[in-house]
Design a protein. Structure first.
Length: 410
């Protein structure tokens, strides 16, 4: 059978798996009847779904595929392998953190030694003024750049407008390009893009988590432009849509969250912030536009940017906390204490992050490790910081291609 037949069965498998895990299907914009069928009646058993995943993996491997479809075969094999691994976990198979990350995201996360975190804390200790622990002094500085709730919308709308305009200078977006912003509460995450298909997204921002001025811009670029919204829109346009616009590859009408695609999606969404707002340009925009809109002192912009630069390494503390907690080496209190020390979170913030880890597990690697790997790959293709036009071109090619981490040599 041709790959197209197996691709259709793959979509049905992903939708059926979603009956067992409500977080699994991140987006679907294929035939409505397929979704209705998947949601009707008794869910297929995990045993049956695991057997189906194995059947599809074997079928894709043996499918008729010309040279121009080799990348399609690789994509389907990678995605199906992750679906099979996720089904095995849902059925009770225990995977260690590193094994799970490799099975789902084609990436075995390296261990970051505590000595590296301690070195970052030492640098911050020298940078932050005042008395008390590094965490306490960081939180005092952070309080100065939190956007008041009543000004969040104005700041976020300005940030996403600028991110969109910068992206449009380099990317050809669908004529139907559209997004809607919603403000929500009681979520494990700070922001989420719900891609609707047809070039449209709903972008949700969680107001339970105080939003700093830099985080407003991060969310605008990560969830919107040139992040998740653009990633999904370009894939839909180039692959899911019928010829002559796209290729009619039906597998791109569904996005299973726990799959290799997510390391590319999250890695490019994080790196895309830097692509759209490189170096001094970000600082200038935050200081001259966002700080005044938020009613904050623009004189804090330079110092806050220096603090954020030091926090890049500390982002990997999430991986170590998740590994220790999910593998049973850290209990809840120890994991939260680790996050408080090495990611400088308050007790409430650490508890919120652990809630995310409990829900999404090894998914945490896709943000920090994904960003690092995407940056490295773009740089290797000549998209270095001193070549911004080339950087945009390489970045856009990546987010509009079916390549998965293994195909990029990650």
């Amino acid at each position: 059978m041709p790959l197209s037949t197996w691709a259709t069965d793959y979509v049905h498998l992903v939708l059926a798996t979603g009956r067992h895990d409500p977080n699994f299907v991140d987006a679907y914009y294929g035939p409505p009847a397929w979704k209705a069928t998947a949601e009707t009646g008794e869910p297929k058993s995990l045993t049956a779904l695991r057997a189906e995943a194995e059947r599809l993996l074997a079928g894709v491997q043996a499918a008729q595929a010309g040279p121009d479809q080799a990348v399609r075969r690789d994509y389907l094999q990678g995605q199906l392998g992750a679906v099979a691994a996720h089904l095995a976990r849902l059925a009770g198979q225990v995977l260690f953190f590193d094994d799970e990350a490799e099975a789902l995201y084609q990436m075995r996360p390296p261990v970051t030694p505590e000595a590296d975190f301690e070195a970052a804390l030492t640098r911050l200790d020298q940078l932050l003024e005042g008395t008390g622990t590094v965490q306490a002094r960081y939180q005092r500085v952070r309080e100065r750049v939190i956007v008041p709730t009543e000004r969040v919308d104005a700041v976020f709308q300005a940030a996403i407008h600028e991110a969109r305009e910068r992206t449009r200078q380099h990317a050809t977006l669908p004529a139907s390009d559209h997004f809607r912003v919603e403000y929500v509460r009681d979520k494990a995450w700070s922001g989420y893009n719900w891609y609707q298909g047809g070039g449209s997204s709903v972008i949700q921002v969680n107001l339970d988590l105080p939003i700093t001025i830099d985080r407003a811009l991060d969310l605008a670029a990560h969830e919107g432009y040139p992040g998740h919204h653009v990633y999904n829109a370009l894939l839909e346009q180039r692959f899911a849509q019928a010829p002559p616009v796209g290729r009619g590859w039906v597998e791109f009408t569904v996005y299973p969250l726990f799959s290799p695609q997510s390391l590319i999606a999250e890695g490019t969404a994080n790196f895309g912030i830097e692509v759209a707002f490189p170096g001094a340009e970000r600082l200038t925009f935050e200081r001259e536009v966002l700080f005044p809109l938020a009613g904050l002192d623009p004189q804090d912009a330079v110092f806050w940017a220096r603090v954020q630069a030091e926090l890049k390494l500390l982002a990997f503390a999430d991986n170590e906390a998740a590994r220790g907690y999910l593998d049973g080496q850290l209990d809840r209190i120890q994991a939260e204490t680790f996050l408080m020390r090495y990611s400088l979170r308050t007790a409430a913030q650490a508890a919120q992050r652990l809630r995310f880890i409990e829900t999404y597990r090894s998914y945490v690697i896709n943000y920090n490790l994904g960003e690092q790997r995407v940056r490295d790959w773009v740089n290797r293709q000549g998209g270095t910081a001193d070549q911004p036009t080339r950087r945009w071109a390489i970045f856009l090619e990546l987010i509009s291609s079916p390549r998965l981490p293994r195909a990029l040599g990650f």
